[in-house]
Ligand binder design. Structure first.
Ligand code: SF4
Length: 393
């Protein structure tokens, strides 16, 4: 394996190779280091130590059942303040369940649901929603409701976090997604997300879920008004909770860096983060979060092309087929709204990695062969070119 010798990185690289934990200052130095490729190579060493070439994906389906939301996050292009506002929608149960029914020919193993914070729905709406999906496909994994939503449910319906999670779990909830973390530090959070769960409340929801034996995921929305120090602070808070939860045998499965997208929201004058920033953030996350199994290159957020490169910068998962993503598309994402299994396998193989289809809890469904490069790419191109010639001739 190639080693990193770039000046300034050697002390950090020595710590990484010795298995020593990196500090706050190390994290900031990695974000500031001029050679992003060298930082990526170091993260790649860790990724290969943990997972070799294996790179995970799943067959999942995204649904947002309501975009009505009482909060007013500055970066959000998805939410509508009230029912009846232009573009506001709340699905009837049958409409939501119909999304799964239409896909039962090639069913997803996971349904991923995130929503706005709707003030007018009864709690039973969410319980029945989950129960209905399980009636259609009892073994589907329900990864639903961010910590921000769980906090809202607790406040709005007068329950503790544990009571909310227990009732949802009885209805079919299996794990929590990681959304809603944004940037924890109050200097940023009070400016971009002042009226939803605080950092401590987000962390507490995950702490309670972990104590109940529920797996969760975590995120960070980067590339807007935050500094590198804010990012490192955020990552270290997640690392601290993971240390705590690991003692009980549970915790975060993956960390997903989410790139800010500016279209149609209160920060539309800011540029989106660049590909290099996306790659650096994946790499530094891999190096700082030494206790989180996977760093995800979420292709919706960073585009499939950059996600593919991120597989050489520390990422070991690309999320899934998704099928129907709307939150990032509302914010101007140019990524497609879904990818096929074949497309994901090709993306991973041509990064020189081994595609592994997983379920939500990282049980292996199928391992694909490694592709030899650049042969596989050429074969696909030949095949496509041949098809094209057949069409035009
Ligand atoms: S990010 Fe979530 S909580 Fe914030 S306004 Fe949008 S939907 Fe509501």
């Amino acid at each position: 394996m190639q080693t990193v010798t770039t000046p300034g990185l050697d002390a950090i690289a020595a710590k990484v190779r010795a298995g020593d934990r990196l500090s706050f200052d190390d994290g900031v130095a990695l974000f500031r280091h001029p050679d992003v490729v060298a930082v990526g190579q170091l993260a790649n060493e860790v990724r290969e130590r943990l997972h070799g070439d294996r790179t995970y994906f799943n067959r999942n389906m995204r649904i947002e059942v309501t975009n009505v939301c009482v909060a007013s996050c500055l970066f959000c292009s998805f939410a509508k303040l009230e029912e009846g506002a232009p573009g506001a929608h709340t699905m009837e149960h049958e409409e939501a369940w119909g999304e799964l029914r239409t896909r039962m020919g090639d069913p997803p193993s996971e349904i991923h649901i995130v929503n706005g914070l709707h003030p007018g729905l009864p709690f039973s709406y969410y319980e029945e929603l989950l129960a209905g999906f399980k009636r259609i496909k009892p073994d589907v994994h329900m990864k639903c409701f961010t910590a921000v939503e769980i906090h809202f449910f607790a406040r709005h319906y007068g329950m503790t976090y544990a009571q909310v999670l227990e009732r949802l779990r009885r209805a079919g909830l299996d794990s929590l997604p990681g959304g809603g973390a944004e940037i924890f530090h109050p200097e940023v959070r009070t400016r971009i997300s002042h009226d939803k769960a605080t950092a401590d409340e987000y962390i507490e929801v995950h702490r309670v879920a972990h104590a109940m034996g529920m797996r969760t995921n975590c995120t960070m929305l980067y590339g807007h008004i935050e500094t590198f120090e804010h990012r490192v602070d955020h990552l270290l808070r997640l690392r601290a909770l993971q240390d705590e939860s690991a003692k009980g045998g549970c915790g975060f499965q993956s960390f997903i860096p989410l790139a800010f997208h500016p279209d149609g929201n209160g920060m539309r004058n800011m540029p989106a983060p660049t590909a290099m920033d996306a790659l650096r953030t994946v790499a530094v996350s891999r190096l700082l979060l030494d206790n989180v199994p996977h760093i995800k290159a979420y292709w919706v957020s960073m585009t499939p092309e950059v996600a593919q490169i991120a597989l050489r910068f520390g990422a070991s998962d690309v999320d899934g087929t998704i099928i129907h993503e709307t939150i990032y598309r509302a914010a101007g994402s140019r990524s497609p709204s879904g990818l096929t299994v074949e497309g994901l396998v090709r993306l991973i193989q041509e990064a020189g990695r081994v595609p592994v289809e997983r379920d939500t809890l990282y049980n292996v469904v199928r391992e694909y062969p490694r592709a030899s490069l650049p042969e596989s790419a050429l074969k696909v191109r030949d095949r496509n070119a041949k098809k094209h010639l057949e069409v035009v001739s």
